[in-house]
Design a protein around this ligand. Sequence first.
Ligand code: APR
Length: 262
Amino acid sequence: MDDLERLADEIRDAETVVAFTGAGISAPSGVPTFRGDDGVWERFDEGQFAYGRLQRDPAGFWADRVDLQRELFDGEFEPNAAHEALAAMGRDGDLEAILTQNTDGLHGEAAEAVRDGETDDGHAGEPTVLELHGNSQRVRCTDCGKRRNGEPIFERAAEGELPPTCDCGGVFKPDVVLFGEQLPGAVIQRARSLARESDVFLAIGSSLVVEPAASLPRLAASTGATVGIVNLGSTPRDDIAAVVSRADVTDALPRLRALVAE
Ligand code: APR
């Protein structure tokens, strides 16, 4: 029995399975990861996009953000077989929730694609998708809090409206958690309770170095969950995982889903 077969057995016996994903699950879709040889932070300085810079120099923040947005989220990206496998596991009732650090919206698109799907027992469902770091396809006004589709606002910024402003006069910000910003309390509390409730906790495509998200696998393990890691690179949480699969997500996850559905 190999690693994924053991993990599939645990998932079949589990009440609550939760998946946590990072940039590695979207890498096969062409979305650059943050770390590693061609990581985003090799080409951009994280400080350019910190919340403090948006407050201090909103025009400069937005001039750089337009470049980053083009690089990261040019809208051409599609969910890949790994996103689809997780969405299908949700539809089949084998996955309770997906907690993602990614802001590309690809889990939501994959869930939508299976939203009307029915399993053979008529179970129609979808996994809860919790975007811990927000969604780069949206912007939010820093004054009135109104959320808008980001595309037209990024176009206005690219055409020279720096910074782009809301009808109320407030400055827009990408609807993501910026460096120096706290994750919304309610979001991280919900993520923590899902990790505590999980019987199996899957950490997929993440270097597990950014807190508070990186503490979720240990929290899950502390309340008895089986932790499974699917990641090409090593992570600081490998030691608490029952299963570590050094496989590409687009190989491992469709195979895991098929093994669970057997
Ligand atoms: N299959 C499996 N694993 C992969 C694949 C793949 N096809 N491609 C990349 N990986 C792994 C890499 O080995 C790496 O360990 O995905 C991981 C991605 O790690 P990061 O780039 O650090 O991404 P992530 O963990 O999501 O970063 C966390 O850091 O800068 C912040 O807000 C940003 O959400 C991001 C957070």
